[in-house]
Design a protein around this ligand. Structure first.
Ligand SMILES: [Zn+2]
Length: 182
């Protein structure tokens, strides 16, 4: 079985993602999704090569949580994991720490991964995501513009593809628009 290839840095990731130059690519909530579907979504079961070994955190040694997968194009899917065994203590939001993983899988014969036992391996909900390019510079501006143009709530914007993390920004795990309104 071919080993999954790790995404080594922002440049390698950026070149695989669609349209990042003049626009901001928002991640929009698009309703409930099937947990094992090979689509862009948060939560559920990762679409992975047969025999895929679930990644473990380099800091605490426990299995990491599957957060999301992004279908990049017809040939590749990006699978994203974060450690939630001891939130905040495994540097899980540090892009180069061992508390997270971004794995690139070649599409064609992916299957639902075998999920290991543990309370912190999957999100509580499965949400479909649509990647929507918006002609705006930066997340806040793009989110406001998208909301004004569509009449939909900013709470339905789950995040952004690419860009840099803002200093001092306290980030949380993605939540569905549905749960965000609770
Ligand atoms: Zn950990």
């Amino acid at each position: 079985m071919p080993r999954p290839r790790s995404v080594t840095g922002p440049a390698s990731l950026r070149c695989r993602l669609p349209r990042l130059s003049a626009t901001t690519d928002l991640l929009i909530y698009s309703g409930p999704a099937v947990a094992e579907a090979e689509v862009t979504r948060t939560g559920g079961v990762p679409s992975a090569p047969a025999g895929f070994g679930w990644p473990r955190c380099a800091a605490c040694g426990g299995p990491v949580e599957f957060v999301a997968q992004v279908v990049l194009d017809a040939s590749a899917i990006l699978s994203i994991f974060l450690c939630q065994n001891d939130p905040g203590l495994c540097d899980e939001w540090d892009p180069v720490s061992g508390g997270n993983r971004a794995l690139l899988f070649r599409r064609g014969d992916l299957v639902p991964a075998l999920v290991p036992d543990g309370d912190e391996t999957q999100l509580a909900e499965v949400c479909g995501i649509e990647v929507r390019p918006v002609d705006a510079d930066g997340y806040e501006e793009a989110r406001g513009k998208w909301s004004a143009e569509t009449g939909r709530s900013e709470a339905e914007v789950l995040g952004v593809v690419g860009g840099a993390r803002r200093r001092g920004c306290r980030t949380t795990r993605p939540r569905c628009a549905r749960s965000a309104r609770r």
